[in-house]
Ligand binder design. Structure first.
Ligand code: GLN
Length: 533
């Protein structure tokens, strides 16, 4: 079957959950046996979200091939249990950069370079390159932003052109919002009608409408939307608020989203059936768990929970796996001191020290690491969290009072975290960060080896600084084992305390690879240790 392209656009407001709808549709098609990939096109000018402050756009997600990506790719991976790559996320910045680089090379042979056709051609090339791999039956492309934004115009135009070129192999799903006016006691469909009209003005007639709503869509409202927006009645899909994002695929299945999509492509939906048994088992575990596991996440971006999206979701997967209900408290590390740490962290079964760049909130993380180590509370440190664990250990156990990271104090005599010579062999040319998946060899007999149950693992990185191996022996002698090492460079990937029940720091980001059907072993065991506390 020729690859089919599905576009997901949004109207009325942002943050309606396009990423979740796209992932849910991907999941349902995949559960029917189709090969599916999800793509996100972001209309902003940044070349990738790597340079964005997490408060701007939520967490920066990292793919195995080392691409700093939009957090929606995290949803795609968690829902579909597949790996995405750089090709799955493209921004306007990258599109323009590619076109401008070609212009500088003289590729356009003296022609005027314009949004149409050059930018739209580059957009289409980026969409089709996924289909052209021959690896997918369906490519689901989500377009960031809201229809009517200046930035999204070239994308909608590209959708229009692709539909014109491919006809039945392309379809457009438009997600809108239907507000409920309590004073009038009515659902209002006018904003939806307007946003569909906007899309039509740009040349695209949506095939399917997904209506995000807090109240059930009445048959009258459904009929009205179908009539005025020019779609068939069964192509109006309700997406009511759900308690958990993981309920959405099942709701979409009940609403028949996958069925109408297949029908629109001329594929008989009766031929396949979406087998959601494993998914539903997870949902059941998550919904029926009553006993809580209380986790404190110590970080500096806690005011925007999206900044720790993958960590939060990994904790949710692992808690459900362990039949527990996650009670997560996000604790602002800037506010933590020796004086208030007991009051803030007591009552938690486990402590997670979050990643981060820069100095803000670091002191509070050190305080939290010490508290967890001395009270023997299960503790997982991720990336900067692991580095903080090492600094805390050097200061308070090895007695190196000035121990620090060169990132924050380059003049300290004891740079236990530093830029290492060995890094140069693995860094991309020009780049200064270790990005993407790297191998890690686990030392036999350690907790890390027991947790993974194998000797060689691959985990994703996103950092500049490393554990300084000059201190390795002293750490090991004092009870902190380096239990995972990159085989090519000898760089430390995992440290674990021999004197604690569960005190593990990882230089990589396990949270990027936890999925609903395959919760990550480190998170599973962290939650297990927290429960046993
Ligand atoms: N700031 C640290 C480094 O660059 C850690 C970064 C992170 O936590 N992702 O090494």
């Amino acid at each position: 079957m020729a690859t089919k392209y599905i576009f997901v656009t949004g109207g009325v407001a942002s943050s309606l959950g396009k990423g979740i709808i796209s992932s849910s549709l991907g999941k349902l098609l995949q559960a029917r046996g189709y090969r599916v990939t999800n793509q996100k096109l972001d209309p902003y000018i940044n070349v990738d979200p790597g340079t964005l402050n997490p408060y701007e756009h939520g967490e920066c997600y990292v793919t195995v091939d080392g691409h700093e990506a939009d957090l929606d790719l995290g949803h795609y991976e968690r829902f579909l249990n597949v790996r995405t790559t750089k090709a799955n996320n493209v921004t306007s910045g990258r599109i323009y950069m590619n076109v401008i680089n070609r212009e500088r090379r003289g590729d356009f042979l003296g022609k005027t370079v314009q949004v149409i056709p050059h930018i739209t051609d580059e957009i289409k090339r980026n969409i089709k390159q996924l289909g052209n791999t021959g690896n997918y039956d369906f490519v689901i492309t989500e377009i960031g932003g809201v229809v009517g934004d200046i930035e999204s115009l070239p994308y909608i135009e590209s959708v229009r052109q692709m539909r014109w070129e491919m006809g039945r192999d392309c379809l457009c799903i438009h997600l809108t919002y239907v507000p409920f006016l309590s004073a009038a006691g009515e659902l209002k469909t006018k904003p939806t009608q307007h946003s569909v009209r906007e899309l039509q003005q740009e040349g695209v007639q949506p095939d399917i409408l997904v209506l995000r709503t807090e109240h059930p869509i009445t048959p009258e409202a459904r009929k009205k939307v179908a009539l005025f927006c020019n779609v068939e009645a069964d192509c109006v899909i309700e997406s009511a608020d759900a308690k958990s994002i993981y309920e959405v695929p099942v709701r979409m299945q009940r609403e028949g989203l996958d069925t109408v999509v297949l029908k629109k492509f001329g594929i008989n939906p009766e031929e396949t059936h979406a087998d959601m048994r494993e998914w539903n088992e997870f949902l059941h575990k998550m919904e029926t768990a009553t006993e809580e596991v209380r986790i404190a996440l110590v970080g500096k971006y806690v005011r925007l929970p999206d900044a720790y999206k993958s960590i939060t979701e990994s904790l949710i997967h692992a808690s459900a796996y362990n039949d527990r209900k996650l009670r997560l408290e996000l604790i602002l590390s800037d506010d933590l001191t020796e004086e208030n740490v007991a009051a803030k962290l007591d009552g938690h079964d486990g402590i997670l020290i979050a990643p981060g760049f820069g100095e803000r909130g670091m002191y509070g993380k050190i305080v939290a690491a010490r508290y967890a180590r001395e009270r023997d509370i299960p503790c997982l440190g991720i990336c900067f969290g692991m580095q903080v664990m090492a600094i805390e250990f050097a200061r308070n156990v090895l007695g190196l009072k000035d121990a620090h990271t060169a990132e924050i104090d380059p003049s300290t005599p004891d740079k236990v975290i530093d830029m290492m010579e060995e890094q140069k062999t693995v860094l991309d040319k020009g780049g200064s960060m270790r990005l993407g998946a790297y191998a890690c060899e686990l030392r036999a007999g350690t907790k890390a080896a027991a947790i993974y149950g194998k000797e060689l693992i691959h985990e994703r990185h996103r950092h500049r600084f490393e554990f300084n191996n000059q201190y390795k022996q002293r750490f090991e002698d004092a009870g902190m084992t380096v239990s995972g090492v990159n085989p090519d460079t000898g760089l430390a990937e995992i440290i674990e305390s021999r004197d604690n029940r569960w005190y593990i720091g990882v230089q990589f980001h396990p949270e990027y690879s936890s999925t609903v059907l395959r919760p990550h072993p480190l998170f599973i065991e962290f939650i297990k240790a927290a429960i046993e506390k």
